[in-house]
Design a protein around this ligand. Structure first.
Ligand code: ACO
Length: 275
């Protein structure tokens, strides 16, 4: 969105999605969706543009979230070709890539609504009924880095390179990335990374918590499959309840978290042992 400097209306009307249906227009949005049982794989699919993303891409991601079949429990985000994603399609800065013009943000309310709509492409990845996994190879820049941050778990290849480029372009990261970045690396490191727009290589990414696993480039798909299998081996209700607990832990007091654990466990006990 050019993070915050852009506004506009959808260039194409999209039909409402219903759970289990494939949203229309994914091809044009540079996306592919493959659902195999309980695993949905969302592929950023513009390798000739290094999976640069447009407004349509973010709307397409939101539509996928809304229409995900009920049985899906693992969502893998991956990129076709050498890069996970080169971030926003820079053609949009000249109005050429997304079919929509940029504004100077003069219409603050309209711009706020517009950005909120695009952020929906990222926020659903935290839903407790799924575990989202980013499979990152090559570059994950700007909006691409933020997409990886929006996922619960990041599995990366040895050639992965993260860069938060927005401030270098005069913008802020506004696709939900600032919160997970700070949660993972702390404010100081987040400031250093964002305000220098330096590139973080795979080794450092693993060291500072930006990646759970680093694997050789040709082992990425296999590592993600193994992870999905392991995640699916866990009881779905326990997985959702545990995800709810873990994501609220940082903001809860100890007392609040203890109470949340008791509440969730009562539900588990009823399901596992109840008649
Ligand atoms: N937007 C539009 N087109 C892009 C983008 C992009 N973000 N990134 C790459 N492309 C295009 C290139 O223009 C090139 O097109 P061409 O074949 O017509 O010349 C093609 O994709 C391949 O790109 P190369 O630069 O040749 O690929 P390489 O592997 O050498 O480099 C890299 C990849 C590092 C990602 C580089 O393309 C790059 O720096 N891109 C810009 C990244 C960027 O600044 N993104 C904005 C971040 S801010 C935000 O997301 C809000």
């Amino acid at each position: 969105m050019g993070d915050a400097t852009t506004a506009g209306r959808p260039e194409t009307a999209t039909a409402p999605e219903t759970a289990g249906s494939v949203p229309p227009g994914l091809d044009e949005a540079g996306l592919r969706l493959d659902v195999d049982g309980a695993v949905a794989t969302v592929t950023l699919n513009r390798p000739e543009r290094r999976n640069a993303m447009t407004f349509a891409t973010w709307r397409g991601l939101a539509a996928i979230g809304r229409s995900l079949p009920a049985g899906v429990r693992v969502v893998v985000l991956r990129g076709e070709g050498p890069s996970f994603s080169a971030g926003i399609d820079l053609g949009m800065f000249s109005g050429g890539g997304g079919g929509e013009g940029f504004t100077d943000g003069a219409d603050a309310e309209g711009t706020d609504r517009f950005i909120a709509e695009l952020q929906e492409g990222y926020t659903w990845l935290r839903r407790p009924d799924i575990v989202s996994v980013a499979a990152v190879q090559g570059h994950a820049i700007g909006a691409g880095f933020q997409l990886a941050l929006a996922c619960d778990i990041r599995v990366i290849a040895e050639d992965a390179r993260f860069c938060m480029k927005e401030p270098a372009l005069g913008l802020v990261p506004d696709l939900t990335g600032t919160k997970p970045l700070v949660e993972i690396v702390g404010v100081g490191r987040a400031l250093e990374l964002c305000l220098t727009a330096r590139t973080v290589l795979a080794d450092e990414a693993a060291r500072i918590g930006l990646a759970e696993t680093v694997v050789p480039r040709d082992g990425l798909d296999g590592a993600v499959r193994d992870l999905a299998d392991a995640l699916l081996a866990v009881n779905p209700g326990a997985a959702a309840a545990t995800k709810r607990l873990l994501w609220q832990a940082a903001e809860n007091t100890l007392d609040e978290q203890c109470a949340a654990e008791r509440r969730e466990q009562i539900g588990r006990l009823r399901e596992v042992f109840g008649s």
